[in-house]
Design a protein around this ligand. Structure first.
Ligand code: SF4
Length: 433
């Protein structure tokens, strides 16, 4: 960036840091570095920017809050922040890049209005132009219950993916929840606003909502997700019911992604036959000690080795590229007071996840990521855990693609196209590379 940024002469520490990373990692698109910076730091939105936004897609109810602020802060806003923003242009000529809205009043990265334009700035430096995710065409349509369709089936990925949280709490809550997760707190804070839905959304409502969304021209796929149950048979029957009911209406015309715990192999074929196209048995973290510490419920009920075995087995059913367990990127480097430290050096954490990626990809499983930013309602958030540096994410995602290419694997299926200026995946930059 030149010293004179859109008429400003002041440079901030953040700009210098971004530029240092651009120089050190010329093979990484600048868009990825900025995106990871915003995901880790969150974004501060001015009231002026929200007012100017017009008819944008406001953030709806999802599995987690993904906000860096307490809900007491978020609730004070006169207007809900956008579900996603895209940034482009600016002094670095950025390609359009979609980024998840993570509310943070403390973030130095500000979405504001200057000269009648919505812009991203840090300090006095203007970094990019900004637009907010447009309101999907189906938003505002009413279900037979009288609820708006987006209360059940909001969109992500710039409107392309319909995201349905069918079970809005997790039975591991209390002693065994994953330590990065805020699902039950999210329901406590925000679920009451969605009166009438309860923790388990009526399958008829889900089918109706997805069917309405399916008719919107921008809708390309849908996702069924939710909390875990302690009894795996019960959990499988529960989620299968949603898949079957919805697919009765859709008849395979809209690809379906499913987020659940690793399903026992003898039951999984029922999901495939019912219409699931992309399967996400989210392992979250690779290292065995960390898995049992960070995901104690999953570890007790399924166990890490069994989780991995089931995941690998499922490729035979869904095909290469269509089994993509999620990793909470960066949680392997966790360093929080009150928790035993697993890795003394950050590179050891990176090596551990790279080992997991290699193991899974050598068996044709193609993992995916969400960049971790500890929410205040999660255990790690309450312990004051901090995500690793942006540099860590850059190295992790470089490693990911090195391994992916070595094994000749595609991008994970069901996430849309990958590449800079192309990907719509909001919560990680790994698909923008
Ligand atoms: S299994 Fe873990 S990540 Fe999933 S909802 Fe439960 S606590 Fe959260």
């Amino acid at each position: 960036m030149s010293e004179c940024v859109f008429g400003y002469n002041l440079r901030s520490e953040e700009v210098s840091h971004l530029e240092e990373l651009f120089d050190r990692f010329p093979e990484v698109p600048k868009e990825v570095i900025l995106k990871e910076t915003l995901l880790v730091n969150g974004i501060k939105f001015t009231d002026k920017a929200l007012e100017k936004g017009g008819e944008y897609q406001e953030k709806a109810y999802y599995l987690f809050t993904f906000d860096k602020d307490e809900p007491s802060i978020v609730r004070k806003r006169a207007r809900v922040i956008p579900q996603e923003i895209s940034v482009w242009g600016g002094p670095w000529g950025l390609r359009r890049t979609v980024i998840q809205g993570r509310h943070s009043e403390r973030s130095p990265f500000l979405v504001d209005v200057e000269d009648e334009r919505t812009v991203l700035r840090v300090g006095e430096s203007r970094l990019a132009d900004v637009s907010f995710a447009p309101k999907p065409q189906y938003y505002g349509s009413l279900l037979t219950s009288g609820l708006k369709v987006e209360e059940v089936a909001p969109a992500i990925y710039w409107g392309e993916t319909v995201d349905v949280t069918v079970f809005r709490v997790c039975e591991y809550w209390g002693k065994e929840q994953c330590k990065f997760c805020d699902i039950n707190e999210n329901f406590k804070w925000w679920g009451d606003l969605r009166s009438g839905l309860g923790t388990k959304v009526n399958p008829e409502l889900v089918a109706e909502a997805v069917y309405i969304a399916f008719k919107s021209p921008n809708t390309k796929r849908y996702l069924i997700t939710g909390g875990a149950m302690r009894n795996q048979l019960e959990e499988s029957q529960f989620y299968l019911n949603y898949v079957r009911r919805t697919e009765e209406l859709l008849a395979g015309r809209l690809p379906l992604r499913l987020n659940v715990q690793a399903v026992p192999t003898n039951i999984l074929s029922k999901f495939y036959e019912a219409g699931v196209d992309y399967y996400h048995p989210n392992i979250e973290v690779w290292d065995s000690k960390l898995f049992s510490m960070i995901c104690p419920g999953k570890d007790r009920v399924v166990g890490r080795d069994e989780w991995i075995r089931r995941t690998i087995d499922s490729v035979k059913l869904f095909g290469v590229g269509n089994v993509s367990p999620n990793f909470v990127a960066g949680v392997e480097a966790v360093n929080a007071e009150g928790l035993p430290r697993r890795f003394e050096k950050i590179d050891e954490a990176l090596r551990s996840t790279a080992e997991g990626l290699d193991f899974l990809m050598s068996r044709e499983v193609v993992p995916k990521f969400d960049t971790w930013a500890p929410e205040p309602g999660s255990i790690l958030g309450r312990l004051g855990a901090k995500p690793p540096s942006v540099e860590y994410y850059v190295k992790l995602y470089l490693k990911y693609h090195e391994i992916r290419k070595r094994y000749g694997l595609p991008y994970p299926g069901g996430l849309g196209e990958g590449g800079p200026g192309v990907s719509k995946v909001p919560a990680s930059g790994f698909m923008d590379m």
